[in-house]
Design a protein around this ligand. Structure first.
Ligand code: 4FV
Length: 258
């Protein structure tokens, strides 16, 4: 899979590619990322990429010409997807990450200043992507998030693809609690079932924890899900037992894991 990122701060991405799963995906040739400096697609000696907004107002706007020229120079073929990162975009989520990971080429345009000339989203891009309802100083952090999240859906990037399928959100549920040594830490123990060696019981406990946590912290996710019958029964018993406490003020689940 190839990702092309268009930005006025290409140097910002160096650290991102320097380590971890993304670095390994690049080294294994499973993912190719090219960062392009928007200024390389200007023709004036000031390499101008922004200008004042028509109609007045604060700040500057990214000009259309360099963006169009950059995309037209970079785009490989009709199957390539072009997205502008902006707060007006579709909310990026796991399902979107999965879809984008199957594109041959994904081109991401990073906005800066007040935004990008509207004609970019009107006629150049396949869509706009938002990573959340807040305003960033630039699209670069969002490009980082998108590439990081979709890289895990590229076959072979994450150790065992099974762990991707087990992912939170891949199944539409929040992840179950994870524990490791020490067995006792500051008086806090580890659920006994995890030492039972009984993998069926451990899987059942983990499923229950995912359902319970999702019911408590993200009931909206459950509404979107078509639950299997055994999950429905599990959920009823959780509700009957009143195990789904209201999250505390920090959004944390109260009570213990049985
Ligand atoms: C953003 C977001 C975002 C808007 C003005 C860049 C900034 C500046 N991108 N999800 N939220 N972009 O805030 O993707 O140009």
């Amino acid at each position: 899979m190839r990702v092309d990122i268009i930005t006025i701060f290409p140097e910002m991405f160096a650290a991102f590619f320097s380590g971890g799963i993304v670095r390994r995906a690049l080294d294994k040739g499973l993912l190719e990322v090219c960062v392009h400096n928007l200024r390389d697609y200007t023709h004036d000696r000031h390499k101008q990429v922004d200008d004042r907004p028509f109609g007045g107002g604060e700040g500057m706007v990214l000009k259309p010409e360099p963006v169009f020229e950059a995309v037209e120079a970079i785009k490989k073929d009709g199957a390539s997807l072009v997205y502008l990162l902006s707060p007006q975009g579709q909310r990026f989520d796991s399902a979107m990450g999965q879809r984008l990971a199957s594109a041959g080429q994904l081109i991401l345009i990073c906005g800066r200043y007040e935004g990008v000339d509207e004609r970019v989203s009107r006629s150049l891009v396949d869509g706009e992507l938002s990573i959340g309802d807040y305003v960033l100083t630039g699209g670069e952090p969002a490009a980082w998030v998108v590439v990081d999240a979709l890289s895990r859906f590229i076959p072979g990037v994450v150790g065992k693809d099974s762990s991707v399928r087990r992912d939170s959100f891949f199944q539409g549920l929040l992840d179950y609690p994870h524990y490791t040594r020490p067995r006792l830490f500051r008086g806090m123990g580890v659920p006994q079932v995890l030492f039972s060696g009984n993998h069926a019981k451990i899987d059942a406990w983990r499923r229950r924890q995912s359902l319970q946590k999702t019911l408590t912290l993200r009931p909206d996710l459950l509404e979107k899900l078509e639950l299997a019958d055994d999950d429905k029964e599990l959920l009823e018993s959780i509700i009957k037992k009143g195990k789904h406490h209201e999250p505390d003020s920090n959004g944390r689940k109260q009570g213990t894991e049985d």
